[in-house]
Ligand binder design. Structure first.
Ligand code: UDP
Ligand code: MG
Length: 338
């Protein structure tokens, strides 16, 4: 008897991606076609687009295409929750019907030709396959170097990140089930996935330019993502300030002794400059320390509320035929789509 072929779902989070969507659908469908012909995946494999509260025609395009392309299916979130949560929504939805799930960005900056290698690795028994960029030449000088510093810092802090891996990866059903047991609200998937610890491997590829449109990760989002990653996995920032406090205490004991001896010898000066400098320096350090402590208290605050990370509005994945009225209304005519 022939072994059953794995049902693969490619999960694609989308936020205002109307410019790239058509190309993305064509390219991913042809990858699935090829893999089907090679008998590497099941014919029921799917592409699940997760619309993360887009304000443009993204959802209309997904809903329209799902009626004409049997691979395409969609999940519409009620509002914009960010890439990580949208991705989690897709993974959790897809795991119910899939043997393995591949996550990829809508702009296809990640090389889709390595999807075949992902599947081959899955057939060899790997449960997590990481897509790793071999270079960052298409990134700006700034992005390239800040990313490098970030990875180095995380490595120094013993945080297990896969160097140059973003969220382009294959995960087996079992790995996603384990991932679902991580209940934290502040998601940093690329830090959590290596913690799952099943048999894994890496596949390298070179990252391309965005197909069209512009990045949905401006500097502000990027910095907050990196900071989230750091504070979600390490108490180093808080410890660093404790160490600094100890060091300052030692220095103050020494300077205090010196000042006391000078006073006994009758050499005291007015000391205005050093006083002012100390007040400002200590004030700044105290403020930063309070800020860092506050950051962790903020995290505790968010975590204890245990809010669900997303809400599904329309689910074409589970119920392909029972489309809600909104989805039907939002369908474009074929002419409009083309
Ligand atoms: N994205 C999302 N929600 C957001 C921002 C981005 O689902 O709030 C999606 C976006 O549509 C894309 C992926 O996340 O599929 C990565 O975004 P982008 O390619 O703009 O990031 P970059 O590659 O520039 O870091
Ligand atoms: Mg991109």
């Amino acid at each position: 008897m022939k072994p059953t072929l794995p049902l693969v779902t490619i999960v694609v989070p989308c936020y205002n991606e109307q410019e790239v969507l058509k190309d993305t659908i064509t390219q991913l469908s042809s990858v699935l076609d090829d893999l089907r012909k090679e008998e590497l995946i099941s014919a029921s494999s799917k592409i699940l687009f997760v619309d993360d509260g887009s304000k443009d025609r993204t959802w209309s395009l997904i809903a329209m295409e799902s009626t004409i392309n049997s691979y395409v299916t969609g999940l519409k979130l009620s509002c914009n929750v960010g890439h990580q949560k949208a991705l989690l929504a897709g993974l959790e939805k897809a795991k119910s019907k899939s043997d393995c799930v591949i996550s990829i960005d809508a702009d296809l900056q990640d090389d889709i030709s390595v999807i075949r290698s992902f599947i081959l690795k899955y057939h060899e028994g790997d449960e997590i396959v990481y897509g790793v960029r071999d270079s960052r030449e298409t990134d700006t000088f700034f992005k390239r170097n800040t990313a490098l510093c970030f990875y180095r810092l995380m490595q120094k802090l013993n945080i297990n990140l896969i160097y140059n891996h973003a969220d382009y990866r294959l995960m087996s059903k079992r790995a996603i089930e384990e991932l679902s047991r991580y209940k934290e609200a502040d998601l940093f998937l690329r830090g959590i996935v290596p913690l799952i610890g099943f048999k894994s491997s890496k596949v390298t590829y070179s990252r391309k330019e965005r197909l069209a449109g512009e990045t949905k990760y401006p500097l502000k989002k990027m910095v907050s993502f990196a900071f989230n990653g750091l504070t979600s996995f390490s108490v180093f920032p808080i410890r660093a300030f404790t160490l600094l406090g100890c060091l300052l205490f030692l220095i103050s004991v020494m300077t205090g002794s010196y000042a006391f001896i000078q006073k006994l010898l009758g050499n005291t000066s007015t000391g205005w400059t050093s006083l002012i400098i100390s007040i400002w320096l200590l004030g700044a350090i105290q403020l930063i320390s309070i800020g860092v402590v506050g950051e962790y208290i903020g995290k505790i605050f968010i975590e204890v509320k245990k809010r669900p990370p997303y809400a599904v509005d329309i689910d074409l994945y589970t119920e392909r035929l029972g489309m809600s009225t909104f989805a039907e209304e939002s369908l474009l005519t074929k002419e409009e789509f083309n």
